[in-house]
Design a protein around this ligand. Structure first.
Ligand SMILES: *[C@@H]1O[C@H](CO)[C@@H](O)[C@H](O)[C@H]1NC(C)=O
Ligand SMILES: *[C@@H]1O[C@H](CO)[C@@H](O)[C@H](O)[C@H]1NC(C)=O
Ligand SMILES: *[C@@H]1O[C@H](CO)[C@@H](O)[C@H](O)[C@H]1NC(C)=O
Ligand SMILES: *[C@@H]1O[C@H](CO)[C@@H](O)[C@H](O)[C@H]1NC(C)=O
Length: 371
């Protein structure tokens, strides 16, 4: 009797084991299946992001610190308002800001009737042997831009803009300057100054810089493919080491030094592409902008948030208050004009049309005069 039970138990045990094993392989098959699907999905989505959409404009911004969040979002909003082509945003930020960017951009994606895509990613450094030294040499966020050719290794080209910039025209107008570059030029920038009497580099810099007056790095077309071919990142460390005690404006100085030694690699576009307070605060020195309007506004010196140069704050305020998907004529262009015309006494206020020509051209109603 006993041995019969033992046999039965053993038999049941075997059956149990058999079922269990089968079940496990089933489960692990299922898990593998799910994993495969996930990795396929990932491969697909990364493939999608790698393959450039024809005519797509890629805008990249590096935003660290709480006060940069609103500024960057206002800039991205301005790009959305004017663009008529597919857009892709690459936002690189502090870990703390990532959820906020994600939330807002997701919301916009649902309400805006335009083709756009975005990625939000943390600041990272190239994964090479010197990485700890690199981290020590630079403040992570400030240096990020210098390493974009390596960090964005699957991206062909970007329009890099500082957080304190605003588009006054479709971003593709700037993007299409890529087509004017010859086949060695790997970036486009505008001059730091127009007038040698007020120039900074020609009067104060203790290091080499590009051209007669240097370049400003706030609005930069970067052909990352060519920058990688040039081995851009490998220039950054030695130049920083050599000049670190003589550098005032951080990464912009490093960019100036690199192009000092390789001027043929740089395409220079006009002050309209990066219009700053320096262009009007003493006297109006960007005649192209006076004639045809600024294309990108750069509120350097904190002018989007201060009373120093009222037209800069006027445009920023109007853009910040505008709600996407509402009538841009009533809710953006008209407030812009009202804020701009409140002040025409400051030096920049005297040339307020510089700030309005492009928005009016793109958002205006053809039979309404601005006067
Ligand atoms: C979205 O855009 C399409 C074509 O560009 C247009 O036909 C449609 O009316 C737009 N919808 C809204 C809600 O603006
Ligand atoms: C791009 O960078 C990522 C992360 O550092 C790395 O895994 C990948 O292999 C790189 N791709 C190429 C083509 O270098
Ligand atoms: C960047 O340069 C590469 C290599 O010369 C070229 O194939 C590519 O079209 C350029 N990208 C843009 C946006 O001009
Ligand atoms: C001009 O604008 C008015 C209202 O602002 C509108 O009623 C009229 O149809 C417009 N005329 C033309 C030719 O667009």
């Amino acid at each position: 009797m006993k041995s019969f039970y033992r046999l039965l138990l053993l038999g049941l045990g075997f059956i149990g084991l058999f079922i269990l094993l089968n079940y496990q392989t089933n489960i692990s098959n299922k898990i593998n299946h799910v994993r495969n699907r996930a990795s396929n999905m990932f491969a697909e989505s990364s493939k999608k992001s790698v393959k450039p959409i024809e005519d797509e404009v890629v805008i990249c911004v590096v935003a660290c610190g709480d006060n940069r969040l609103d500024e960057s979002l206002t800039m991205l909003k301005s790009a959305l308002i004017f663009s008529k082509r597919p857009l892709r945003f690459i936002v690189i930020s502090d870990y703390e800001l990532i959820p906020a960017f994600h939330e807002k951009l997701t919301e916009w994606k649902q309400i805006v009737n335009k083709t756009f895509d975005f990625v939000v990613r943390p600041v990272t450094f190239p994964d090479i042997s010197d990485v700890t030294m690199w981290r020590k040499l630079f403040k992570p966020c400030a240096a990020q831009r210098l390493f974009l050719p390596t960090v964005l290794n699957d991206t062909d080209a970007i329009l890099y803009v500082d957080t304190d910039t605003l588009f006054l025209t479709p971003p593709e107008v700037i993007w299409d300057e890529f087509k004017k570059m010859n086949n060695v030029q790997l970036a486009a920038l505008s001059p730091e100054h127009e007038d040698p009497n007020t120039g900074w580099y020609n009067r104060f810099a203790k290091h080499p810089y590009y051209g007669k007056l240097g370049v400003n790095s706030g609005v930069m077309l970067m052909n990352l493919t060519r920058m990688r071919e040039f081995k851009w990142t490998q220039y950054v460390i030695p130049i920083h080491k050599e000049y670190q005690l003589k550098i005032t404006w951080g990464d912009q100085d490093i960019i100036n030094i690199i192009f000092h030694y390789h001027p043929e690699k740089l395409y220079v576009y006009s002050c309209r592409y990066n219009y700053r307070p320096d262009h009007c605060m003493y006297m109006s020195v960007c005649s192209e902008a006076e004639k045809d309007g600024a294309l990108v506004l750069h509120g350097s010196r904190g002018t989007f948030h201060s009373e120093k140069q009222p037209p800069f704050k006027a445009i920023y305020t109007a853009m910040q208050e505008y709600k996407l998907n509402t009538d841009p004529y009533e809710n953006l262009l008209m407030p812009m004009r009202n804020y701009l015309t409140l002040d025409d006494r400051s030096n920049c206020g005297k040339v307020w049309k510089v700030f309005f020509i492009q928005p009016e051209l793109h958002l205006g109603r053809k039979n309404v005069s601005i006067e």
